[in-house]
Design a protein around this ligand. Structure first.
Ligand code: MN
Length: 290
């Protein structure tokens, strides 16, 4: 057990809420409960799995702003559409990822894809908020659609499972997401009773979100379905054993170590910048949807 990263805590969501009328979410973590311990990540919401009946109404969340960070949406089931005031739009389905850099500010809407709404079906997705360092908080917005077929998959030895590399790298396989600070984001699938070891630099924060099944971390801590384990920055290695077939979202990154001033859709470094963000939004300086 040399140089293992210390397990700090296991969280389970205690409540659920709706985002707009399209996303029944459980909050898995936020800066409010984990703070610097999970930097550069700010929030993880898990939507569904939920069955939507066929409908002519396109559910979702209407026009709203963001500044100072990135929203990353990973779809597991269902289909979503997005459009924003920077002129970007996209449709993402199972396995696809939308990596939106709000930075200086965008206004956007996130909805069920019209055909999916009409057909009805299961929706399951996560939205992850990634903070930006001060130096790029006011950079121009950016938008990346990462389709399932662009996301490389590494196969673990002896059929132990697979790693889908969305951002960062795993055993030399690079994920397609462009990021502003060093981040690794994987979908990890483990076969029942198999185990794997992940390795990250000392100083990186780690969150392990168990989406399906249950695992044992570092041979001691049981982490069940829809629970989050997070590990301290010391050490390099994490051992994950699947008690049953398990699927995890693995988050790892170098902490930003700057003040976080967060209200609603804006994340800045100071109160003055927060007031400025609200004023800029109200004055229309984050743009509008056509
Ligand atoms: Mn949004």
């Amino acid at each position: 057990m040399d140089n293992m990263k210390p397990m700090l805590q296991v969280y389970k969501p205690t409540s659920a809420h709706w985002v707009g009328d399209g996303f029944p979410v459980r909050n898995i973590f936020s800066d409010e409960n984990l703070g610097e311990a999970i930097s550069p990540f700010l929030l993880l919401d898990y939507a569904g799995p939920a069955e939507f009946p066929p409908s002519n109404r396109q559910r979702g969340v209407g026009e709203h702003p963001h500044r100072g960070f990135e929203t990353v949406t990973i779809v597991y089931q269902g289909e979503l559409v997005h459009r924003d005031s920077a002129g970007n739009h996209g449709t993402i389905g199972p396995g696809d990822v939308q990596w939106m850099t709000a930075a200086s500010g965008v206004v956007h809407e996130e909805k069920h894809e019209p055909g999916f709404a009409k057909r009805g079906g299961m929706l399951e997705m996560v939205q992850l908020w990634v903070n930006l360092p001060k130096a790029v908080k006011m950079a121009p917005p950016r938008y990346q659609t990462l389709l399932n077929e662009q996301i490389p998959v590494a196969y673990l030895a002896q059929g132990a499972g697979q790693v889908r590399v969305i951002a960062g790298e795993f055993h030399g396989l690079k994920g397609p997401a462009k990021t502003f600070t060093p981040i690794h984001v994987y979908d990890l699938h483990l076969t029942a009773d198999d185990h794997t070891e992940l390795s990250f630099p000392t100083g990186y924060n780690i969150g392990l979100f168990v989406r399906k099944g249950s695992v044992v971390v570092n041979q001691s801590y049981v982490v069940g379905e829809v629970e989050l384990a997070f590990c301290g920055a010391a050490g390099e290695r994490i051992n994950i054993q699947a008690k049953e077939e398990a699927t995890l979202l693995v988050l790892s990154g170098e902490p930003i170590n700057e003040p976080v001033v967060w209200r609603g859709p804006f994340v800045t470094n100071t109160e003055e910048e927060l007031v400025q963000a609200m004023a800029d939004y109200q004055a229309g300086r984050m743009g509008h949807l056509d």
